[in-house]
Design a binder for this molecule. Structure first.
Ligand SMILES: *Cc1c(COP(=O)(O)O)cnc(C)c1O
Length: 379
């Protein structure tokens, strides 16, 4: 099936007991057994739930992988991947990534003896230099949050594999509609399904997709043993969201393109970060590995004072001031004090994330309303 058909049909099967076309919300904790151990493949809902299974099948198909696993949040999915490691193991990861991932790495997993090496993932020589005999995992986020940097997934996968490491890509910003890292050599794809997959800002959920059966078994063991599973209602909401992923993403991309160009032409704006610009440092790689460039944009005003940025952030009416992204409605955010506040200021600024940076999640409203809203805010 082609991607647009897949969004609608992936994981959807008429319910065997009634023929219901939509997967029912199996709101149950356990399943009655005919005799001890004799059951229909469902024992206890932390291990198996039919609504979750339908979603996990959809996750696998959307990422062109064999297996999908659903988690209670994006960070729970990330946490599950890190539980593959043992004390002393090393992780090579980007120095410009989602603040919550950074917090999980530094504040939780470092305490258990995992070591993290942060590198500039735009440059493969930096990645190569950070690899050691102890490297077990390479963590890639592309495009990055919030600077929209692009990493060459195929190149990183081959470096990682040469050193025997598992290569993971956080594909949240692109969504499976725009980029499929497993087809470029990654071993695991991670998503915050809270964002584009759910798409309506009404659910928190995470996902992992992979091809290797052994890796799937190890991660399934962690999923059921550590227990960060999503409830069936949340699985239903994401299944429902996925049915319009393709039309939403097409509009996110179209609106994102218009807003990015409008910002770039605005004399009060100094810099716009969006991988669709021909002069974006890794535009060619973005073009090769992504179908389109998405609706995430960040920018800096010509006036470098934080107050100028804060004024814009509090002046929009259509763009809502909020964390998160990927919903149908447009959001505006101040990474330095909101999504990325857990990164120490010097380190944040060293990595190019200044106090004046503004991030937009461009929604699927009428783009003229979005541009007029920004025009009256950036004055
Ligand atoms: C939101 C986000 C996460 C974390 O996901 P949650 O669902 O909030 O736990 C991870 N990575 C990226 C890129 C995100 O935007």
């Amino acid at each position: 099936m082609r991607p647009d058909t897949l969004c609608i049909h992936a994981g959807s099967h008429p319910d065997p007991s009634t023929g219901a076309i939509m997967t029912p919300i199996y709101q149950t904790s356990t399943y009655v057994q005919e005799a001890p151990g004799v059951n229909k493949g469902f024992e206890y809902a932390r291990s198996q739930n039919p609504t979750r299974q339908a979603l996990e099948e959809a996750y696998a198909l959307l990422e062109k992988g064999r297996f999908g696993l659903a988690f209670g949040s994006g960070v729970a999915a990330t946490d599950a991947v890190l539980r593959l490691l043992a004390p002393g193991d090393e992780v090579v990861c980007g120095n410009d990534m989602y603040g919550g991932t950074y917090r999980l790495f530094t504040k939780v997993h470092e305490r258990f003896g995992i070591r993290f090496r942060y590198v500039d993932m735009r440059d493969t020589t930096d990645i190569e230099a950070a690899m050691s005999d102890l490297t077990r995992l390479v963590w890639v986020e592309t495009p990055t949050n919030p600077l929209m940097n692009i990493t060459d997934i195929a190149a990183v996968a081959s470096i990682g594999h040469r050193h025997g490491a598992i290569v993971v890509v956080d594909n949240t910003f692109a969504s499976p509609y725009l980029q499929n890292p497993l087809t470029l050599g990654a071993d695991i794809v991670m998503h915050s399904a809270t964002k584009y997959l759910g798409g309506h800002s009404d659910v928190i959920q995470g996902a992992l997709m992979m091809n290797d059966a052994d890796l799937r078994e190890r991660l399934y063991f962690i999923q059921k043993s550590c227990g960060a599973v999503p409830g069936p209602m949340d699985c239903f909401l994401v299944l429902r969201g996925i049915k319009t992923l393709h039309v939403r993403m097409q509009r996110h991309c179209e609106n994102g393109r218009a807003v990015a160009h409008w910002l770039r032409d605005n004399p009060r704006v100094a810099r716009v970060h969006w991988p669709g610009f021909l002069d974006h440092p890794n535009h060619d790689i973005a073009r090769a590995q992504m179908r389109d460039f998405g609706g995430m944009i960040s920018f800096e005003l010509r006036d470098p004072e934080t107050a100028a940025a804060l004024k814009v952030l509090s002046s929009t009416h259509v763009f809502a001031l909020a964390e998160s992204l990927g919903g149908v409605e447009s959001l505006i955010n101040h990474p330095a004090t909101m999504t990325h506040a857990s990164i120490p200021r010097e380190e944040r600024i060293r990595n190019g994330l200044g106090d004046g940076l503004i991030r937009l999640s461009v929604g699927i409203e009428d783009v003229q309303d979005l541009i007029e809203d920004l025009a009256q805010a950036i004055r």
